[in-house]
Every structure is written in C-alpha cells, then in structure tokens.
Design a protein around this ligand. Structure first.
Ligand SMILES: Nc1ncnc2c1ncn2[C@@H]1O[C@H](COP(=O)(O)OP(=O)(O)OP(=O)(O)O)[C@@H](O)[C@H]1O
Length: 276
C-alpha cells in the first residue's frame, strides 16, 4: 500500500466540526460516532458513540458476546482482516477519520497499538521482538535500536528482569513477562493509544497485579482502552467505564459513578454479578 501519513480530514461535515472543536482537541484523542460493526448480517456493535479522554484508562465491560472486543478491534481497524466484517460510522483519532481512504493502515496500527488476551511474542530473541517494528520502519542504526529497546522495556516494567538476557528467546519468559514484552513491542512504535483486550485474563494474580500497576503508570503518557471481565480490575485501574450489552453502550461514565451510582438497572445488575 502507498504510504500516506495521517492527515486531518478536510471534509467539513458537522461531525468533523465536532472533533475539530478546541474542547475535543484539548481533552480527547479518540472518538467513535455511531460506530456499528456487522459480521455478515449480524450486528455485533450497534451505533456506539464514545469519547476517550487523553491520558486516561477507559474500561469496556459487559457480558460475553456483547461486542466489546469487536468494538476495540474496530478502533485500529483490525476487523478489516476479517472476511464478512463491515463497519459503519466513524472513528476519529486526533481529528482524522480512520475509515477515510486517505489514511495508512500501518500508520494507524503504529499510533494505536494493540495487546491481546494471550501474549503472542515472535519466536525470536527478546531484543528482536521489540526492535522488529522500528526496523521494519527503517531504523537501522544499532545504537538507536538499542535505545528504543531499552526505553520500551523500561516503560513496560520489564527491563530489570531481562536486561542480561536480551538475546535469549522471548518464549523462555513467563506468561506475565511475555505480556509485558508485547506491551513493550507496542510502545516501541511510539503510539499514543493502547488497546488492551483482556491483557491479564490468562495470568496468575502476581502477574496480573504487575500488569495493573503498569497500566496505571502508562496512563500518564498514553490513552488506554481496556476490555476486562474483572470488575475489581475495572474499578482499580480505570477512570471511565462503558457498559456494553448486546452491541450497545447502555451506560458510560466515570468509574466512581458507574460503580457507586449506576443510572441503569442493567448496569447495576451486571456489576453486582447478576448478568454474564
Ligand atoms: N470473527 C467473527 N466472525 C463472526 N462473528 C463474530 C466474530 N467475532 C465475534 N463475532 C460475534 O460478534 C458478537 C460479539 O463478539 P465479541 O467477541 O466482540 O464480544 P465480547 O463482548 O468481546 O465477548 P467476550 O467477552 O466473550 O470476549 C458475538 O455474537 C460473536 O459471536
């Protein structure tokens, strides 16, 4: 694909004006408007409009199959790779409609990094796992690559554990370490948004606590959207919560409001463990 950098949308629709407003630029990095996603005829995400404030954690919660992962994947267009999957509506990132034909998919996925439920390191050394993306992007200088790897591993709170074994296989790491390596790999691309799809659900409690601590650190520099089934985790690490049910967002608010004073009975039932 021809390389085209992200550029502001020029089309002047009402929605464009909305994301161009000074308030949006100051406070938010990402916004979806009436985003719907279909698998064939099945509507998995139904007209979801959400705004994600800068340097904050938003947790997407809701029962199994309600569309959280589909919604998350549609933000950086991972669903493009799925046959029969069709998206309607808009995803605005820094004022750019990501579904516009003028944006480069590779650039989107660099700036909006993603980490999945199960860590999927490459069967390569720890160093190469982190350096692979920048190398693909044309970084050749060894010192620069070393700097990126060290910096990314430090940000992912893994450096101290692996600094003496950078050239051993990433597959020799524990599950929790592999997950932090996957986060380091995303950070090496200098994203501003991180999408985390149940990043701790396959990990033991100690590794989970490390990932949660890491997320709390990372939100100082990144906008984070996390899918989680763990209500305590959502309450501990998020600033905002969106409750999904059957493809729709039933309620979206601050974490404190959702957990202490939900406006909808459905939300209250879910967080009290009665649904899903
Ligand atoms: N690749 C796919 N092809 C067809 N249908 C899919 C695909 N992925 C998800 N779906 C369907 O879309 C709906 C939403 O699924 P999704 O995985 O987004 O929900 P979820 O809330 O993340 O679920 P979970 O919490 O169990 O991971 C479900 O009905 C699911 O069966």
């Amino acid at each position: 694909m021809q390389s085209v950098a992200l550029q502001p949308v020029t089309m002047k629709t009402d929605r464009t004006k909305l994301v161009d407003s000074p308030d949006f630029q100051r406070n938010s990095v990402l916004q979806t408007t009436n985003l719907s996603v279909y698998y064939g005829g099945h509507c998995a995400v139904d007209q979801v409009s959400l705004t994600f404030p800068k340097q904050s954690v938003t947790a997407l919660i809701g029962p199994s199959g309600c569309g959280k992962s589909t919604f998350l994947r549609s933000i950086n267009r991972m669903n493009d790779d799925i046959d029969q999957c069709r998206t309607e509506g808009e995803v605005f990132y820094q004022g750019v409609d990501l579904h516009s034909p003028y944006v480069n998919l590779h650039e989107i996925r660099k700036q909006i990094g993603m980490v999945f439920q199960r860590p999927v390191p490459f069967a390569k050394s720890i160093f190469k796992n982190v350096a692979a993306g920048p190398m693909r992007d044309g970084v050749k200088d060894k010192k620069e690559l070393q700097r990126i790897v060290e910096d990314s591993l430090k940000k992912a709170a893994l450096w101290e554990e692996v600094k003496d074994q950078l050239h051993t296989s990433a597959l020799s790491l524990s599950g929790g370490q592999q997950q932090r390596l996957c986060i380091a790999r995303a950070l090496a691309m200098q994203p501003s948004v991180l999408l985390l799809d149940e990043p701790a659900s396959a990990l033991d409690p100690v590794s989970t606590a490390k990932i949660e601590e890491l997320i709390s650190q990372l939100k100082k520099d990144y906008t984070i959207v996390i899918v989680t089934h763990n209500m305590q985790q959502a309450a501990r690490i998020s600033d905002k919560v969106a409750y999904f049910y059957m493809g729709r967002v039933i309620e979206h608010g601050t974490t404190e409001q959702i957990f202490t004073n939900p406006r909808h009975d459905q939300t209250a039932h879910y967080i009290n463990g009665r649904i899903g």
